[in-house]
Design a protein around this ligand. Structure first.
Ligand code: ZN
Length: 527
């Protein structure tokens, strides 16, 4: 007698093997039996005739840290078939961070993460776990972020982690990994992470390596003088080479300007791999990203954190100074090519969905003065995304690049969802179904290969034991979907439309999503 039998499904087991027809028997939170179960009994039987059954998808890059706490139903993740998300990528998060520091840092990061419930306690992984475990629709794993590790010791200051400070940071990271952190993450365009140098990253990555965990990195394009070989992929590879850590490179893909050049992108990676460096890369399925305006400012702007930034922004002379600095140094087209996705002040929501250029016209300001003004008026609680290429052919070339990359056995999927705001980037609602739907069909890629990049491959890489593969004794995180129908519907102009083709999703053996009825139980684990 089983709790649940899913019968007659075409099983895509996550290994990359071709679909095969079989039944799956589940007791409690585990898969107990795979095979012909037609003479077996179960409390619930689900007939998956004509449908695919795969492991739940693993989102290796999600900024839903606080959003899952605010809204544990997490419909935009679960409705795509995502059953596990890895939180605090880019070193962006507040675990592990002392209470005295977290309030200011939450405000500083609010354009990406929004705000957590008042009582959230991120002082350690032990304490954070209680807020997620069986309190969310999906499973979560959380990286130990470089941001909080640094803030505990040096605040938002340009101080290298050396000697005693470095020892303390390594100890805190080790403790976090022992308490269940999924790896060590940093984002070297975000502060205070960017104040680090390559040596610091090597030392911290050695701790991750000693616990068999990954080093996940958003590559450096700021403060290049601090880095080996001016940052970027070469710095990341050097960290992995010297620490022997398993490297996960975040959103590593072409963009409009480099469309079609994946050989150039991969050249340093191929070279390092030949020398034995362990590298996996990750991508989402859209040609443009989404972030906060803070990313364009160099270190001096961030010193002292949000209070200092607010005093800069309150002063027109200082705004003029920073406008000049950005005109000199920041990629101007990135600022002028952005559109507001998130405006954290209700009486200003009419700016959400406006391009920076149109917002600047509305306020009769230059584009950068407009950005500075929005940052000030929202107290940094604002975010934007890049406007997609005007040429559809460029857009499609980037998509072709992404799908070529995903056919490599060293690529996983991460939505990079930023779920806070009014006109979101559509990747929060459609990243996975876009890959399995329209992009798979356009480029005629075997579905089992793409499923592997979303399931077993990331589970193995990140060390999520018992997940990512349909196998006896593994956790019953399962998706039942129609391979003909599956598709994303979220678009840049209407980004909160649920995907189609996902019939049912199970998390730890429990029904978590059903396209025909509302399911509200919360059975996600902190893993
Ligand atoms: Zn990110």
């Amino acid at each position: 007698m089983f709790d649940l039998i899913i019968k007659n499904g075409n099983i895509i087991d996550g290994t990359g093997s071709k679909p095969r027809k079989s039944d799956i028997g589940i007791n409690g939170d585990k898969i107990i039996s795979i095979g012909d179960l037609k003479n077996q009994e179960a409390k619930t039987i689900v007939d998956a005739e004509g449908l695919c059954v795969s492991p739940g998808f693993i989102d290796t890059h999600s900024h839903a840290d606080f959003d899952i706490l605010r809204d544990p139903q997490h419909i935009y993740g679960i409705s795509q078939g995502v059953t596990t998300e890895i939180l605090s990528p880019d070193g962006i998060g507040i675990v592990p961070l002392d209470k005295s520091k977290s309030k200011k840092h939450i405000d500083y990061l609010s354009g990406i993460l929004g705000h957590p419930p008042e009582d959230f306690d991120g002082t350690s992984f032990e304490s954070a776990k209680k807020f997620y475990h069986k309190k969310s629709k999906i499973n979560v794993a959380v990286f130990a972020g470089h941001g909080p590790l640094r803030l505990n010791l040096t605040g938002m200051n340009d101080i290298p982690l050396e000697g005693d400070l470095l020892k303390k940071a390594k100890y805190k990271l080790e403790e976090s990994l022992e308490q269940g952190a999924a790896g060590f993450s940093t984002g070297l365009d975000y502060y205070p992470q960017t104040f680090s140098n390559t040596q610091e990253l090597i030392e911290l990555s050695k701790v991750a390596k000693s616990k068999n965990r990954v080093y996940s990195v958003h590559l450096r394009s700021h403060e290049k003088h601090r880095a080996f070989a001016n940052g970027g992929i070469l710095e990341a590879i050097e960290v992995a080479r010297r620490s022997e850590v398993s490297l996960l490179v975040e959103h590593y893909r072409t963009v409009e300007e480099t469309a079609g050049q994946i050989d150039v992108l991969l050249e340093p990676v191929e070279k390092a791999k030949k020398e034995g460096v362990d590298i996996t890369m990750e991508t989402y399925s859209y040609p443009v990203g989404c972030t906060i305006p803070l990313i364009f400012f160099p270190g001096d702007f961030h010193l002292g954190g949000i209070d200092n930034i607010m005093s800069i922004l309150a002063d027109q002379e200082k705004r003029d100074y920073w406008e000049k600095e950005l005109l000199k140094n920041a990629p101007r087209h990135d600022i002028e090519g952005a559109m507001w996705t998130s405006i954290g002040r209700e009486d200003m929501h009419d700016y959400a969905g406006l391009s920076v250029i149109d917002g600047a016209k509305k306020d009769n300001l230059s584009p950068i003065q407009h950005v500075l003004d929005i940052m000030y008026r929202t107290k940094l609680n604002c975010g934007f995304r890049v406007i997609p290429p005007q040429s559809i052919s460029k857009w499609r070339q980037v998509e072709e690049d992404i799908m070529n990359l995903l056919q490599r056995p060293d690529y996983v999927v991460g939505s990079d969802s930023v779920p806070t705001g009014q006109t979101l980037h559509p990747r929060a609602y459609g990243c996975f179904t876009r890959i399995l739907g329209r992009l798979r069909r356009r480029f005629n890629i075997p579905i089992e290969l793409l499923i592997n990049r979303m399931t077993k491959l990331p589970a193995d890489k990140i060390g999520l034991k018992g997940r990512g593969e349909i196998k006896e004794n593994n956790f019953a995180d399962l998706v039942i979907f129609d391979s003909e129908e599956i598709n994303d519907l979220a678009t840049f102009e209407d980004p909160e439309i649920l995907s189609v083709g996902i019939n049912k999703v199970f998390v730890n053996g429990n029904l978590a999503f059903d396209k025909r009825k509302e399911v509200t139980e919360l059975n996600g684990y902190f893993i």
